[in-house]
Design a protein around this ligand. Structure first.
Ligand SMILES: [Zn+2]
Length: 280
């Protein structure tokens, strides 16, 4: 798909699984269990999907999945599987290597979004995965990541970003702005503080990367909110606003964690919203 000067592709970096109850908050399993595959430990299938934007001499990634630096225990807890998809394999299918990436927009620093930022070399030293890239994060999210609450500290692991700081490749931005040419961000505060979600609009096509505000296509109902969220009533208002505008203006919504569909347009339905047309 083309928007403005960018050719845009979904990039799968792996598969994992999280507790279905935690993923759907107050919604009972009798409802969500019919809509998404669930395993014997009550975990739902999830993807670690990023976007690749190519144009103007840049190869830009939006988020970078969990990466590969996890031990067997963590891989088991999160059922992390990079046998079918990995960042290297997906980039190779576009003729790219990790060293070709020029910019990485990190929506926020939770490990399933920023874990792929760094890797361990043979000596166990943590290094940036994309050696020539500038990584971009919101100041308020970095501050929160360094001092998380007890509720979300398990999701913020400093090995995912402090090596970027040490290497001098983490660019800290503050507020909603055009962070790269043609890429604007919108900020969200319900899931965690200051998630930056990219929005592209070339006058013909509008695309919004939903990140953890609408993690899968099964989360289109406004109260279908993750129990992980720090401020769920803020998420509710943020979702209602985004969904209404997305349906009215036929935005293409990209679902970062959805195992069923990577991107789609939506329309209002009897209860909330439904997907109309798949993309990517
Ligand atoms: Zn998150």
């Amino acid at each position: 798909m083309r928007i403005g000067s960018y050719e845009i592709f979904a990039i799968e970096t792996g598969e994992f699984a999280l507790d279905g109850g935690a993923m759907f908050g107050v919604v009972p399993k009798t409802l969500w269990g019919k809509k998404i595959p669930v395993d014997e430990k009550n975990r739902i299938d999830m993807r670690l999907r990023c976007l690749l934007l190519q144009g103007d001499g840049r190869n830009i990634l939006i988020d970078c999945g969990m990466g590969e630096k996890w031990d067997a225990k963590m891989r088991d807890i999160y059922r992390l599987d990079t046998s079918r998809y990995s960042i290297e394999k997906s980039l190779a299918s576009h003729g790219l290597k990790t060293s070709d990436i020029t910019d990485v927009i990190l929506t926020h620093l939770h490990f399933d979004h920023a874990g792929g930022s760094t890797y361990k070399d043979n000596n166990g030293k943590l290094l940036p995965t994309f050696p020539k890239a500038t990584y971009i994060v919101q100041k308020e999210n970095l501050d929160w990541a360094r001092n998380p609450t007890e509720k979300d500290r398990a999701s913020y692991l400093k090995d995912d970003w402090e090596p970027l700081v040490q290497a001098g490749v983490l660019k800290i931005v503050d507020g909603e702005k055009e962070i790269l040419p043609g890429i604007h961000t919108k900020l969200f505060y319900g899931h965690t503080r200051a998630i930056q979600l990219p929005f592209l609009d070339d006058g013909k096509t509008k695309l919004f990367f939903c990140g953890d505000v609408i993690p899968t296509s099964v989360h289109l109902g406004p109260p279908w909110i993750m129990a992980y969220d720090n401020f769920p009533l803020i998420t509710l208002e943020e979702k209602k606003k985004i969904l209404k505008q997305a349906a009215a203006e036929k935005w293409i919504l990209v679902f970062e964690h959805c195992p069923l569909i990577s991107a789609a347009q939506i329309e209002a339905a009897e209860k909330g919203y439904q997907v109309t047309q798949g993309h990517l």
